[in-house]
Ligand binder design. Sequence first.
Ligand code: PLP
Length: 632
Amino acid sequence: TKLFKIDGWGFPYFGVNNAGDISVRPHGTATMSHQEIDLLKVVKKASDPKCCGGLGLQLPLVVRFPDVLKNRLESLHAAFDGAIQSQGYESHYQGVYPVKCNQDRFVVEDIVEFGSPFRFGLEAGSKPELLLAMSCLCKGNREAFLVCNGFKDSEYITLALVARKLALNTVIVLEQEEELDMVIDISKKLCIRPVIGVRAKLRTKHSGHFGSTSGDKGKFGLTTIQILRVVKKLEQLDMLDCLQLLHFHIGSQIPTTELLADGVGEAAQIYCELLRLGAQMRVLDIGGGLGIDYDGSKSSDSDLSVAYGLEEYAAAVVNAVKYVCDRRGFKHPVICSESGRAIVSHHSILIFEAIGSTSHCTPSLSSIGLQYLGEGLSEETLADYQNISAATIRGDHEACLLYTEQFKKGCVEQFKQGTLGIEQLAAVDGLCDLITETIGAKDPVKSYNVNLSVFTSIPDFWGIEQLFPIVPIHRLDEKPTARGILSDLTCDSDGKINKFIGGESSLPLHELEGQNGGGYYLGMFLGGAYEEALGGFHNLFGGPSVVRVLQSDGPHGFAVTRAVSGPSCADVLRVMQHEPQLMFETLKHRVLEFCGQHDDDSVVNAAGLANSLARSFDNMPYLVSSSSCCLN
Ligand code: PLP
């Protein structure tokens, strides 16, 4: 656990058990009724078609633990409750989940269900998000907020007003001043009294990567001048009572509670000013930004960590709001937050398999074609060759490396000029690799090929170099003897992971076992927020398979309650407007044309070929593992 800092970023949900596998504590603690779950056993169960009721799902695989979501919601709520009680705050906390972080139906439904006792609501930033939030909240707590953020057109505003008519506690947050006229017009037409919020552009600026939405040049929100114009207009129309919420968002991963308190304090002043001007303010919505400790360092030095936990976060918010409101003599508002990352990051783990590594290409002396060595060499390259031998005999490693490099360069030059054959060049390559490896000068970092697309499953690594903890999920009782980077399946040189938490450019890994090198499983942790929604279809690799896992009394302490295979080749082709059925018919026609007209045997063959084509459309785009093994 030390090597991978699991106790730092994984606490309280992840650890290592006696078998050397990652263990999961979905409730944050292990008790008699809440036992740890062995993650490798979950993967075996999900992927093995052959035994123990295995499901035969292809990897990569997302393993979701809804109980982790429940624990995150309860912990967040308990942190605010604790701060409210200890500071004598005279209102309550009532958060919303921004669905953009992970719009998966079951994630959102779980959050609505688990959050219902706390009146936990949803935040939407687009029309489809609003539609899903509306339908999910129909089963939620009637008081839960439905916060409507993002750029809006008349259709969006109509939808939000309809949500209000349906008794959903909907607030339309103005992100742009122009939205106000639409809200006024449409609400009049529909005879629905709107509840309006404004998003303020705060002066407080978060300087990290995620802070570009903050400050007065931020993309969203209203300036002080604009907020005042909104107040005036609402007052003239006798609608100032509709303005009830103030919102701001200074960016994700807010590094310190000092910055947080600064922003909340500024917003609380605006809130009080709006009350003074006659608005019926009730809610202060502090946006997202509650950070995650991806590297376990609990420091504010990078975007990968934050210097506080849930309790410190809640205490800083409550204190900052209370301080301003008490000084101004106004009632304490309901505190709403839009924490996304902090709620969903931990609950899902992406599992993928290393299917080979460059170590498998290291030549043995017998395999390098010794008989070709020395053949066809020019005088110069022959001299280098002899110098290598002499330096080796002297034990002069430095000279040996120098001549090896020179020798290889000269041979490549000869090959380009056509004076050296391919067998001779291959023998030269083999010899040079062997020399550098033997004297320990070969780059010790191997490339592990993984059955994954970085672009689809870890898009933030590719897009913004966001790092996530990546750890083998088994063999953790064995010291890793290699170091590696991870190369994905895409035909793209950016499809690799070569930066890891702790500033490392390679990961400690175990040597792959077995002939084919597979059967080594890695997990990418804390990626439950944003990664699934942002992922693309580069090389037409689609999303992973997904299982939902609950604790149970069964033999392994868990039950898979839902298992869904990832998109098939046909599914991803459809995304790009291809029509798999027509494609199949075209190919089948061709099969019959070229394989079906000779004799009976080839007719059977044609049917077999057509079946195999059909299977290719049905299967996932990822490589089929050669190494599934039994649970025992
Ligand atoms: N609210 C708004 C308006 C946002 O833009 C975001 C994300 O950037 C969030 C909430 C969620 O932020 P986080 O995931 O940091 O909690």
